[in-house]
Design a protein around this ligand. Sequence first.
Ligand SMILES: [Zn+2]
Length: 68
Amino acid sequence: MCLICLEFEKESRRTMTIKEARRNFLEISSSLDEDHRQEVLDMLDRFEEEELMKDYYDWLFLDEAGSD
Ligand SMILES: [Zn+2]
């Protein structure tokens, strides 16, 4: 468990963006053990994918609603 996990556990109350988390990760990665480093990277990938999908759905919706 590290500050990135703590932050991302808050889910909707999360204040850290994935970009910030990745920057933080670079700073703290040397203090994490190898297993946890991989866990955090996997977690960030997952969140990033979710965010991309959300953006994509927003875009689809906007495209449909904004044709006028
Ligand atoms: Zn962690």
